[in-house]
Design a protein. Structure first.
Length: 166
């Protein structure tokens, strides 16, 4: 398996992979594919990595800038992340996360936050300490990994691209 940055021509495959992976999920907004397009269009798709096997894209991960407690700069949000259904639970998601975090660190990021199932992200070093909020969402789902600097506190805010409705 090869992990690389998205290239020209990958956009529709990423869209379809993402829509298909999220479709069965009860927490899906149905807009994860459109969110990636909107991030790309607005310049907020900081990192977009694909996992490729024999030339076929089987996984994708996006990172974009976030603010925490109204402070922006050097923190990024992980997601959406998708692995093709028949290739899930085989370590591809973890590899995408590992490579993404390595690249964020190399860019000088202070950390990365996400909203998701703790059982998926714990082994990649993410923790929920209850200091981050996202509306009234249960804080156990709001996790972060710190690379440098102080422990972030406050409301997590994503790019406006996440508000896209279709
Ligand atoms: C979530 C997703 C990206 C994980 O990718 P993956 O390649 O299946 O994950 P990995 O095999 O690398 O596993 C990473 C960890 O997540 C756990 N995990 C994977 N899928 C899980 C699931 N559905 N429920 C609970 N834990 C899960 C694994 O057991 C593993 O934990 P460990 O390292 O402690 O053993 C993938 O299942 C997916 O595309 N899901 C549909 C879209 C989605 O829900 N995206 C995330 C929204 S928060």
């Amino acid at each position: 398996m090869n992990i690389r940055s998205e290239g020209p021509g990958d956009e529709d495959t990423i869209y379809e992979l993402t829509q298909a992976a999220f479709a069965p999920m009860p927490y899906s907004s149905g807009t994860e594919g459109p969110i990636i397009r909107a991030l790309r269009a607005s310049g907020d798709l900081t990192l977009s990595l694909v996992a490729e096997e024999d030339g076929v894209i089987v996984g994708h991960i996006a990172f974009s800038p976030v603010s925490i407690g109204g402070m922006s700069g050097s923190w990024f949000g992980l997601g959406p992340i998708s692995v093709r259904a028949d290739r899930q639970k085989q370590g591809i998601g973890k590899e995408l996360i590992r490579e993404g975090l390595t690249r964020l660190k190399a860019m000088g990021a202070k950390g990365c936050a996400l909203i998701g199932n703790p059982n998926v992200y714990r082994s990649s070093g993410f923790e929920a300490d209850g200091q981050l909020s996202y509306g009234d969402l249960d804080r156990k789902y709001i996790q972060r990994i710190i690379f440098s600097g102080s422990t972030p506190k406050g409301e997590l805010t994503y790019s406006p691209a996440f508000d896209v409705t279709h």
